[in-house]
Design a protein around this ligand. Sequence first.
Ligand SMILES: [Zn+2]
Length: 191
Amino acid sequence: MSPSSHADPAVPRVTTRPPHGCALLLMDLFRSYLHQQRLPLTRQREVIAMGLFESGEQLSVDDLADLLRGRGEHVGKATIYRTLSLLVQAELARELDFGEGFKRYELQAGEARHDHFICTSCGQVTRFVRSVVDEFQATIAAELGYTVQSRRLEIYGLCSECRAAVERASSAGAVTTGEAASSGQVRGEGG
Ligand SMILES: [Zn+2]
C-alpha cells in the first residue's frame, strides 16, 4: 500500500511536513470556514483535512484514500474530492496539476493568504485569514504589474492579555497615560 505509487521522477515532490500544532491551527481555520458557510465539520471532513495537513505532501484523491485507509478510516473518494474542494475554497489547500491526468492537493500554509499578528511583549503569534487582505493584494499587484507568488504580512502589537497587563500596571501605578496611541491600534473583528 504505497500512497506514492503514481510518483514520477520528473514530478517535483516537495515535502514540507508541518508541525502538529500547525495542522491543528489549520483545522481551526477550516472549522471557522465551515461555520461561516453553515456547513458541519463532519468526522469525515475532519479526518480528510487532518490527513492533508499532517502529511505536508502533494496528495491525490487516491493517495488520501490510501493514507486514510491505513489509519482505519474508510472514506469514499467522492467525499474526499468534495472536502478537498472545500479546503481549496477556504484557501487552506491548493490544487496542483503536474500533467499526470489527476490533480494533487497540498496544504497552503505560510504562503499568500496566511497572515500574522505578533505580540511584541510575549511573542504570541496569531495567524489569520481574511479575504479583504487578498483583495487588497490583488489590487496592488495589478496596479504595479506584479504576479503574486507568496506573501509575508506581519502586524506587530500587544495581544489582548499583554495589553490588559499593561493597563493593570498603569492603573496600579495611579498614573494616567493619556490617549493610547492610535497608530498601533487594530480592531479585531469576530471570533
Ligand atoms: Zn502578548
